[in-house]
Design a protein around this ligand. Structure first.
Ligand code: AG3
Length: 280
């Protein structure tokens, strides 16, 4: 406590910069780690309001408090929009294990998780052990490799392909192009779903545009849906899914998440006009 009651002596903040003029800041009690890997910079902070926070290249990847929204929506939506209950899945990225964990809860028999940066896994094992616990399950095969290369060379076909990537700048850029999606088409089974996170329609219109344009080159059915993720830019976040068959909800035996339920499953495709335009 300072001798001046209204004065705070030291305050530490982590900020994600959205532009030169705008940022979201979290007051932090500690910086737990900062490493530069061959691919990116990884930081972990202890925040006051959101628990631990993982940042990659200065962008929020997850916080303990709201990761459930993202991981629910990137797994349960494609699961219940698959023609039949999916049995195997490929996760590209997702080195924190959060997506794989939700897929295990949904009863998948086999999950291949391909993360390009082994250090993301190591950092998360230390700081987010409840998420990386999924990697200890024998049903999950964790591969440290380039997801693009993996998809190109894969002989296996999958019921679901989940692209849990960073923003389309830097290492993840090529995960948003039509060439990659055409290779995903090849390894996706007929009634299956591919889904990618596609950014904030408000602050990153390019991400949802790229995903829609790219997927439409290969897939006849493409649709974006949205979720409320408080710690991501604008809090209004999009995902884009594609199928070879019609996008139709399976309503039998629906397992709610902490965000996902039947009403959310149906209503999340409702897009405001400005966002809809980005998907055309
Ligand atoms: N991966 C997508 C995070 C993108 C966030 N972008 C941003 N904050 N600008 C999340 C990893 C969780 N498994």
């Amino acid at each position: 406590m300072s001798i001046y009651p209204s004065m705070k002596l030291i305050e530490n903040w982590f900020s994600e910069r959205y532009s030169d003029n705008l940022q979201l800041s979290f007051r932090v009690s500690d910086q737990l780690l900062s490493v530069k890997t061959d691919f990116q910079r990884i930081d972990v902070f202890e925040t006051y309001d959101f628990g631990k926070l993982l940042s990659i290249d200065g962008t929020v990847q997850l916080t303990e408090k709201d990761e459930f929204v993202y991981h629910d929506m990137i797994t349960r939506m494609p699961f219940y929009y698959s023609d039949t209950p999916p049995e195997n899945a490929l996760v590209i990225g997702g080195g924190d294990g959060g997506a794989a964990g939700e897929l295990l809860k949904l009863g998948l028999k086999s999950i291949t998780n391909v993360e390009i940066d082994g250090q993301v896994v190591e950092v998360c094992k230390k700081h987010f052990p409840s998420l990386t616990a999924s990697f200890n399950d024998p049903k999950v095969n964790l591969v440290i490799d380039d997801g693009i290369k993996y998809v190109n060379n894969s002989k296996e076909k999958f019921d679901m392909v989940i692209i849990d990537s960073t923003d389309p700048v830097g290492p993840a850029e090529d995960l948003f192009n039509e060439k990659f999606y055409s290779n995903v088409y090849r390894i996706l089974k007929d009634g299956g779903v591919v889904v990618t996170q596609s950014g904030s329609p408000f602050y990153q219109p390019r991400a949802i545009e790229l995903a829609n344009k790219g997927m439409k080159k290969s897939f006849p059915y493409v649709a974006s849906y949205v979720a409320f993720i408080p710690t991501y830019p604008s809090g209004f976040w999009s995902f884009t899914m594609a199928k070879k068959s019609e996008i139709k909800l399976r309503t039998e035996k629906v397992q709610n998440g902490n965000y996902f339920n039947l009403e959310i499953a149906r209503s999340s495709f409702a897009l405001p006009e400005f966002a809809k335009k980005l998907t055309l």
